[in-house]
Design a protein around this ligand. Structure first.
Ligand code: KG4
Ligand code: ZN
Length: 343
């Protein structure tokens, strides 16, 4: 059954057509660079742009796939988590397209989508099959999941404060780079010494309150302390020295984020005894992370970059295995802003 999926949870308007065998026939991503000058995504502007773009993006996904609406057997869209106003554009469009043809509709959890990117058949061959540990590191989320089936996962650890991508973006801003800053910080770090500054790579303590079980066991993430350490370092150095040592600061900061991701992934692999790790989210585009992943003594699967960052092919992939509702049961579905629906 051919699937048409939409993803509008943040600032990318995405649509994709997926074949029966899990091969994406098209995956169209329209990024709204209009937010860059605000240093972050402005929800109201994001919703408005999704509205303007969504029909064009759906049309081009169909066109690039050489498909027509008549051929589509299942519609899907991200239901949450994300910006509610933004999510509603994709969700309503998906429901309307399904209802017009009395087709079934699959509401998809965005994080399940990042996991399901690993089930796609890509250029390198077949899908990566469960069981595996999955590290998702993006601008909005950072978590380790235990994936034993195609539909659902168990959360092993998550960030207690900022997401890894958010840490990259905030660090980039402190070093005078634009938004989003992950890729720019990586570029700057390439000319620097990762051992020049010692930043907290893996915060061993929770500063307030009792540690949660997962944190005590070391599977939760925390990036707030690291961000503060960079802020203090730049204050101590002063603006002139900060500029002169920007590459060293970037390299040390990046090494700390990557180490935090790698250490916990390694621990999760040890604890589960699975020996298989999949990755997702925009931070998976980072060369230093990819290099360190390659050093792990595990079978590691990293989807191609365009499937790591937000896209609709991963939503279609999740829809292939997930819950689907018949017409008209999905008409009253609403978007949700937060929370993981781990099953
Ligand atoms: O998955 P994604 O496209 O969107 C969200 O779901 O958030 O992830 C975007 C995040 C941003 O924080 C961006 O700075 C980060 O991924 N990112 C990177 C790199 N490319 C994108 N972080 C580090 N190195 C990169 N090369
Ligand atoms: Zn995402």
């Amino acid at each position: 059954m051919t699937i048409l999926a939409l993803e509008t949870s943040c600032d990318d308007t995405c649509a994709a057509v997926l074949d029966d065998d899990g091969r994406a026939r098209s995956s169209v991503i329209s990024s709204q660079h209009v937010h860059d000058r605000f240093g972050g995504v402005v929800p109201e502007i994001a919703s408005r742009h999704h509205l303007e773009l969504v029909n064009v993006v759906v049309d081009s996904a169909l066109e690039q796939a050489g498909a027509t609406l008549e051929e589509i057997g299942l519609l899907a869209a991200t239901q949450g988590p994300g910006l509610v106003g933004a999510l509603l554009v994709g969700l309503s469009t998906g429901k309307a397209l399904a209802a017009a043809r009395r087709l079934p509709f699959a509401p998809v959890d965005h994080l399940q989508g990042h996991v399901a990117a690993n089930f796609l058949t890509d250029g390198d061959g077949g899908p990566f099959e469960p069981p595996f540990v999955c590290l998702i590191a993006s601008g909005g989320h950072t978590l380790l999941a235990l994936v034993t089936e195609h539909d659902g996962y168990e959360v092993l650890g998550r960030t207690l404060d900022d997401a890894a991508g958010e840490a990259f973006d905030k660090g980039a801003r402190m070093l005078g780079l634009g938004y989003p800053g992950g890729a720019a910080l990586e570029q700057l770090a390439a000319g620097g010494d990762p051992t020049a500054f010692s930043f907290p790579g893996s915060p061993g303590e929770v500063r307030r309150g009792a540690p949660r079980k997962a944190f005590a066991e070391g599977l939760d993430f925390s990036f707030a302390g690291l961000k503060t350490a960079l802020l203090y370092a730049t204050r101590e150095l002063g603006s002139e020295q900060t500029a002169a040592r920007a590459a060293d600061l970037a390299a040390s900061y990046q090494a700390a984020i990557v180490s935090s991701l790698i250490t916990r992934s390694e621990r999760a692999l040890e604890r589960t005894g699975l020996g298989r790790l999949a990755v997702g989210g925009g931070v998976a585009a980072n060369g230093e992370l990819r290099r360190r992943l390659g050093e792990l003594s595990a079978t590691v699967h990293v989807p191609e970059r365009s499937l790591c960052t937000d896209n609709a092919a991963m939503i279609a992939s999740a829809a292939r295995y997930g819950r689907r509702l018949e017409y008209p049961d999905y008409l009253s579905l609403d978007a949700y802003a937060t929370g993981e629906t781990a099953r």
